[in-house]
Design a protein around this ligand. Structure first.
Ligand code: CUA
Length: 163
């Protein structure tokens, strides 16, 4: 005789894994919430679209670089192109908060600033943005993290944080 419940039978191993997966999802959700609200971890935002063919001719990326918005508050427009970053150097005083806007005028690049949590993909046509606070003086090299051709390894620059 078969009861209706038998079709719903869940093996004990299966049950264990179902419960474990649910616990994992809950843990991940808690981890993301803590990272996003307490540890300053941000998802790179796509803040706008540009035409990669004209981005270097007009607008904010025509004259990329640092702009001071308020004391200690900056924005930096960085244009990635084969095979360099414009600008190659950005200098700010210690404690500065810099909002980076990065785009590419040709192929896909990457933009990672060492010793910070800045690491974004740089896609032609799209502007990626992250905000970083530099609490310690020193040099923070930025590098291209996506293979973009022969000169990929030469594609770097640095943020200089002065005391
Ligand atoms: Cu640009 Cu690799």
């Amino acid at each position: 005789m078969t009861s209706k419940n038998e079709s719903l039978h869940v093996d004990s191993y299966e049950r264990t894994w179902i419960i474990a997966s649910i616990i994992l999802v809950i843990l991940f959700f808690i981890a993301i919430t803590i990272a996003g609200t307490m540890m300053g971890i941000q998802v790179p935002g796509q803040v706008g679209r540009v035409d990669p063919n004209t981005v270097a001719q007009s607008g904010e990326f025509a004259e990329p670089g640092l702009r001071e918005l308020a004391p200690g508050k900056y924005e930096a427009h960085v244009l990635a192109k084969t095979w360099s970053f414009d600008p190659r150097e950005i200098t700010v005083p210690k404690g500065s908060t810099v909002t980076f806007y990065v785009t590419s005028s040709d192929v896909q690049h990457g933009f990672k600033i060492q010793d910070t949590n800045m690491n974004v993909m740089v896609l032609p046509g799209q502007v990626a943005s992250l905000t970083i606070t530099f609490d310690e003086a020193g040099e923070y090299p930025y590098i291209c993290t996506e293979y973009c051709g022969l000169g990929h390894a030469a594609m770097f620059g640095k943020v200089i944080v002065t005391d």
